[in-house]
Design a protein around this ligand. Structure first.
Ligand SMILES: NC(=O)c1ccc[n+]([C@@H]2O[C@H](COP(=O)([O-])OP(=O)(O)OC[C@H]3O[C@@H](n4cnc5c(N)ncnc54)[C@H](O)[C@@H]3O)[C@@H](O)[C@H]2O)c1
Length: 278
């Protein structure tokens, strides 16, 4: 990480702060953004300006530089302005950690939580990547924080219609996973590697999620969500990719252009509930 510059969203606390500080410990300068105020439909407090200041102090303690900005990931122009400030300080960008996220709960007004979660988790992540892309060069990395919620079977929900925020969380992470997978193919020729990752951590979002019936339902469908690491097409072309776990799904997807493999994949995917690739 020595000499690299990382753009981290949702950096005021939780995993975002942890990523920012760790990257700084490894030698990176940080451009850190966070909303730093609440969203009405979310039902638990988000970070405060003091939290972002604390992140800045912790990064500075490592000896690395940091530029902070209060910005809403739902608004690409705010992210653009924040990133430009960071760019004018550090002059380049190597890493994007697009991970600001919320787990909505409230049902009033109807579907507001659904909208706020989708706009933050999905469009907010796309916005962060989108404003960063013009600055990224070969070897750059994009990390979008996903969730195992993406694997949940919403058909097994006990209370359909009662929890639009939870449904939106699942939807947002599922679509995010698909987006990152497809982005891998698009960015492979430029040698830029997008990845979606997740780790369960005791943060406010996690505590809310535990109380949410939609998210605490057991994962009954273990179908793997597509990720770049499973996309051999992007790994093969992407010069910065370091590993490519060869699952049978990977091999099948790699050979999809050949009719026989395509047929075998279709049969296998029905049997094992692998993602449908058409
Ligand atoms: N904690 C877990 O166990 C867990 C599990 C799976 C995925 N995740 C994902 O990890 C990511 C980070 O979550 P966390 O656990 O650190 O939770 P957190 O609530 O502590 O941190 C989220 C941060 O994002 C910020 N944020 C929210 N909306 C924003 C917006 N519109 N614009 C800018 N910043 C905004 C918040 O202020 C907060 O600082 C999220 O994407 C979450 O979905 C967390």
């Amino acid at each position: 990480m020595e000499g690299k510059v990382a753009f981290v969203t949702g950096a005021a606390r939780g995993q975002g702060r942890s990523h920012a500080v760790r990257l700084a410990e490894e030698g990176a300068d940080i451009i850190a953004v966070d909303l730093c105020h609440d969203i009405d439909s979310i039902g638990y407090p988000l970070a405060r300006p003091e939290d972002l200041e604390e992140t800045a102090k912790l990064v500075e303690k490592t000896g690395r530089g940091i530029v902070t900005a209060q910005a809403d990931v739902r608004d690409a122009s705010q992210l653009h302005a924040a990133l430009e400030r960071g760019m004018s300080e550090f002059g380049k960008l190597d890493i994007v950690v697009a991970q600001a996220g919320v787990a909505g709960m409230a049902g009033e007004p109807p579907l507001q939580a659904w909208r706020d979660v989708i706009e933050t988790n999905l469009f907010g992540t796309i916005n962060a990547i989108h404003v960063a892309l013009p600055h990224l060069k070969e070897g750059a990395a994009i990390i979008a924080t996903g969730s195992t919620a993406a694997l949940m079977d919403v058909g097994k929900k006990d209370n359909p219609g009662a929890d639009p925020g939870a449904m939106a969380y699942i939807t947002s992470k599922r679509l995010l996973s698909q987006f990152v997978n497809d982005l891998g193919t698009e960015l492979a020729p430029r040698g830029i590697r997008p990845t979606s990752s997740t780790r369960r951590t005791a943060t406010p979002i996690c505590c809310r999620a535990d109380r949410c019936t939609g998210l605490s339902a057991p994962i009954s469908n273990t179908r793997p969500a597509p990720t770049p690491s499973r996309c051999s097409l992007s790994n093969r072309r992407c010069k910065s990719a370091t590993s490519s776990p060869k699952t049978s799904a990977t091999r099948a997807v790699a050979g999809l252009r050949r009719g026989q493999v395509r047929h075998r994949y279709a049969v296998e995917s029905r049997r094992r509930r692998l993602p449908q690739v058409v």
